[in-house]
Design a protein around this ligand. Sequence first.
Ligand code: IPM
Ligand code: MN
Length: 357
Amino acid sequence: MNTEAEVARKRVVVLPGDDAAPEAVGATMDVLRAMKLDIEYIEFPTGEHWVRKETEAKAREAIDNSDSTLFGSTSGKTTAILYLRWGKQTYANVRPCRYLKGFRSPLKNPDNIDYVIVRENLEDAYLGLEGPLEQLAPMKPYSRILRAPIDTSANGRYSIKVITEKNTRQVARFACELAMKRKRAGGKGKVTCTSKYNMLREADEFFRRICEETAKSYPELHYENFIVDDFARRIVQSPHDFDVVVMPNLYGDILSDAAAGTIGGLGVAPSGCYGDHYAYFESVPGTAPDIMGQHIINPTATMLSAAMMLEYLGFSDAAKRFEEAVRKVYAEGRVLTPDQGGNAKTDDFARAVIANL
Ligand code: IPM
Ligand code: MN
């Protein structure tokens, strides 16, 4: 009847994350289990084990022996995110911004918003290259803006961002391939690159140039650049213009939260981090510590991330069924969590999804 039977048994590590995230992961697991797919789930308990060295090694081994990981958001306690990103080289952080009817969007006309942020996931300002200014003294740093040396004896800190050709090219290629795939499914066939290339004339201009070069190998795609501040306005005023947007790590972190805000919040924003040999899936964080233990966290973001995971693992029909079931719950609008204007609990939402499968 479908091709799912041909997919070999897969193994998925489940790391529930911190604060209220495990409640969302639990609800998502209820749906996954109800789907009875040929997947073995290796479920870890919440948070703390990553702090202890011996159990951290165990979880790493489980990740290494798995096809994917479903990851609950971390507030810092679950440190597996470092291994899942840098250890597994998941360089493309894919954050779809797609409005479904029933999401509580603050925009007047959110229908059909459907674009994807592809955030470079491994470098930029995320390498921990920071410290007291005095560390820079041996470099004798000279500011071309001030046209004067930087006073490294001042009390202050520096932070360095790094953009490499390899990482930029691989994420740019990923974005182009994604735009091609979306185009084949009726998408716009467009890649937008955004960075602060007018001011950061080395790092961000380099990012822009590599993206533009990469896009030249995809003549079927339309390519454009926007400076990141201008782009931030555009996702509020004209979000329908976008298809696939590629950007450096830090802008991607910030703008993916902003993008989530335009369609209904972090509770409905999924994500997946893809490398050449591994991918893991998490909601756009958010661990919602303020509502921890109340069982009212919206599991939609985690569920839509799990659907992305099913697609990645080759369970395409199941991924569509899962998404469709979520879509129906919103279209009906009867069982919604408080962030979306309802009074349903996390588990009520899961049951509604299961009923729609
Ligand atoms: C995200 C999160 C993480 C990030 C944190 C938890 C390190 O904000 O995935 O967007 O900054 O990448
Ligand atoms: Mn973030």
